[in-house]
Design a protein around this ligand. Structure first.
Ligand code: 5GP
Length: 194
């Protein structure tokens, strides 16, 4: 009997504005049948163009707290004034079916996942410099100056912990950053199935 393929859990962190969404999407385009994104729940309001159920499940704080109490999250954390959580059963069922899963979550969430599922593979995406990140984040224009400042402070704290992740990728060039992610993805999925 053919052995069931093993899915690998990838935890990817990096500050807002570092371009992790863009790099991850490429992985999905190339390996769509082998990998899925987990869609988190959040109490943050949708940005223009975001669709409920696609980028996030946008829920109220009350609903969020109910899900925490019901132990529905694999991890959850507060980031820049909003709550975010990863749906446990969705992620576990994909892994059981042999599909690898990408969690795009912050440092606090990554620490919780590492503690609960130590076999996960963690990757931190870094900007070429803090100044570059600052200008990208301001240029994006999706957040108020106060929110941008909050996110930059969080970014600084997270970047200090980048070397606690299994891999670091500097996103100074999208093609090069994607090539590195692709290499890590292939190596780790092959290793899990070796
Ligand atoms: P944003 O509001 O820019 O979409 O996300 C803010 C931060 O929250 C990012 O670092 C993002 O990776 C993180 N995040 C998104 N979903 C989750 C989640 O389910 N859990 C945790 N811990 N962080 C999340």
């Amino acid at each position: 009997m053919e052995q069931q393929k093993k899915g690998v859990l990838f935890v990817i962190s990096g500050p807002s504005g570092v371009g992790k969404g863009t790099i991850n999407k490429r992985l999905f385009h190339e390996f769509g049948e082998q990998v899925a994104f987990s869609v988190s729940a959040t109490t943050r309001s949708p940005r223009e163009g975001e669709v409920n159920g696609r980028e996030y499940f946008f829920i109220t704080r009350q609903e969020f707290e109910k899900r925490v109490a019901n132990n529905e999250f694999l991890e959850h954390a507060s980031y820049a004034g909003n709550d975010y959580g990863t749906p446990r059963s969705y992620v576990l069922s994909l892994l059981e079916r042999g599909v690898s899963v990408i969690l795009e979550i912050d440092l606090q969430g990554a620490l919780q996942v590492k503690a609960r599922m130590p076999e996960c593979v963690s990757i931190f995406i870094l900007p070429p410099s803090f100044e570059e990140l600052e200008s990208r984040l301001r240029g994006r224009g999706t957040e108020t100056p106060e929110k941008v400042a909050q996110r930059l402070a969080a970014a600084r704290r997270e970047m200090e912990m980048a070397d606690t992740y299994d891999y670091q990728i500097v996103n100074d060039d999208l093609d090069a950053a994607y090539a590195r992610l692709r290499e890590i993805f292939m190596k780790e999925t092959q290793r899990a199935n070796g």
